[in-house]
Design a protein around this ligand. Structure first.
Ligand SMILES: [Zn+2]
Length: 413
């Protein structure tokens, strides 16, 4: 159905363009090189024949596929990001194509002995017989999220070429800087003008997500008193011991390494200290809003307890919310998830619905007034040299987009 060779070539042409974002930059996009792909995408969208193709001063690319039915259909949108993570090199990506994968080890790089093995990455087994695109072991691949971009463009092209498939007005947007948490920051929701949208930014085939963590960051500061150790009796206060009390008073099993599914956690991500001062950085995560609030309260209470124990303001905490679970924004419009589920089933993809143990741009967009569940883009092992994507998964994701457009138009007939 979806031309495999054309899809593959398009994807490869995108991943060869370095679009790594930079968390230390204040500009948008955070790196100049992201313009290279953004501008190319503008040209391609125009060439396909989409309308209102635009790129703004922050490199957000938008376009419209006009409706081809006479009745009113809500405008829906598809979103993906063109930057790649700052965590791993995206320079000189040299994709390898493995046709008819035999289910065995894949040598990514002979010289450096880098092997992509199903012994370690069991997910590989389900793609036996398929076409895989991998790295050469020296960079990431960038399927996150250039697979999503490829799928959206292929789907729009298909709908233009096959006007007998009914659909309402469709808006698409490609964003910069998702990987540094800013993909939604300068997203003009009003200009986008969709009733709801989907990010094509999930991992393996079938993934459908509309729940993510509630997230906050906490900085805990402990103040000690440094005195010459030889003359310290009843005078020295060692901030590191107080910090240790604080750490040990939080539930040890409610940490990332002991939790899964919908279980929340406290995560001590950094600690720096000497006698005089210790600073701890925590992140707090929970899908449940009530539990999330209780976790923050628990940390506050602990700080008060320790202060009263030492009889002075020796410890303080600063908590900042980061993002919230989109579920509360999606549940009132649950039909948008149902439609995605149905679209998957109609193209023989088994939906895998699970809560994200992290955040997405869709979560931020949902709180900006654009409910936005996340659909698989097909890749695995994001943000590193073992990243790969089966071409068949990208074909299926493209079909899901097309089917979603069709089902939405039919639902409102
Ligand atoms: Zn992504």
């Amino acid at each position: 159905m979806i031309n495999k060779e054309r899809l593959t070539n398009k994807f490869i042409s995108y991943v060869k363009i370095d679009t790594q974002s930079d968390p230390h930059s204040d500009s948008t996009p955070s790196t100049e090189k992201q313009w290279n792909l953004a501008n190319k995408l503008v040209d391609e969208l125009k060439a396909i024949g989409l309308q209102d193709v635009s790129i703004d001063e922050n490199a957000y690319v938008m376009a419209t596929l006009p409706a081809n039915v006479p009745h009113d259909v809500p405008v829906i949108g598809f979103v993906s990001h063109f930057d790649t993570t700052p965590d791993f090199s995206g320079t000189n990506v040299n994709p390898q194509i493995i046709e008819n994968y035999d289910g065995k080890d894949i040598i990514l790089n002979k010289e450096k002995n880098i092997i992509l093995s199903p012994d370690y990455f069991e997910d590989l087994e389900q793609y036996k017989g398929q076409t895989l695109i991998t790295t050469d072991g020296t960079t990431l691949l960038g399927a996150d999220d250039k697979a999503g971009i490829t799928e959206i463009i292929m789907a729009m092209e298909y709908l233009v070429d096959n006007p007998e498939i009914p659909h309402g007005k469709i808006r698409i947007c490609f964003t910069p800087d998702e990987e540094i948490g800013k993909g939604a920051h300068k997203f003009d929701v009003e200009k986008f003008g969709a009733k709801w949208a989907y990010t094509m930014d999930g991992s393996q085939i079938g993934e459908l997500e509309y729940e993510n963590f509630n997230a906050a960051q906490a900085i805990v500061r402990v103040e000690g008193k440094s005195v010459h150790p030889g003359y310290a009796k009843d005078k020295m206060v060692n901030s590191m011991y107080i910090a240790q009390d604080f750490i040990n008073s939080l539930p040890r099993l409610e940490t990332p390494e002991h939790t899964e599914g919908r279980q929340g956690f406290f995560h001590l991500s950094n600690i720096k200290g000497d006698v005089e001062e210790t600073v701890m950085e925590y992140i707090i995560r929970d899908h449940d809003k009530t539990h999330f609030e209780a976790r923050k309260q628990m940390m506050q209470d602990l700080v008060s307890d320790i202060c009263s124990q030492y009889g002075r303001n020796c410890i303080s905490i600063e908590i900042k919310d980061q993002y919230f679970n989109m579920r509360e924004k999606v549940e009132p419009v649950m039909h948008i998830v149902d439609l995605a589920e149905k679209a998957m089933e109609e193209v023989d993809v088994k939906p895998i619905i699970k809560p994200i143990r992290g955040g997405t741009d869709g979560a931020q967009l949902s709180f900006m007034g654009l409910p936005c569940p996340n659909i698989f883009a097909g890749g695995h092992n994001f943000h590193g040299k073992y990243e790969y994507v089966p071409v068949e998964s990208m074909q299926k994701a493209t079909e899901v987009i097309i089917k979603l457009a069709e089902l939405t138009a039919k639902k409102y007939e």
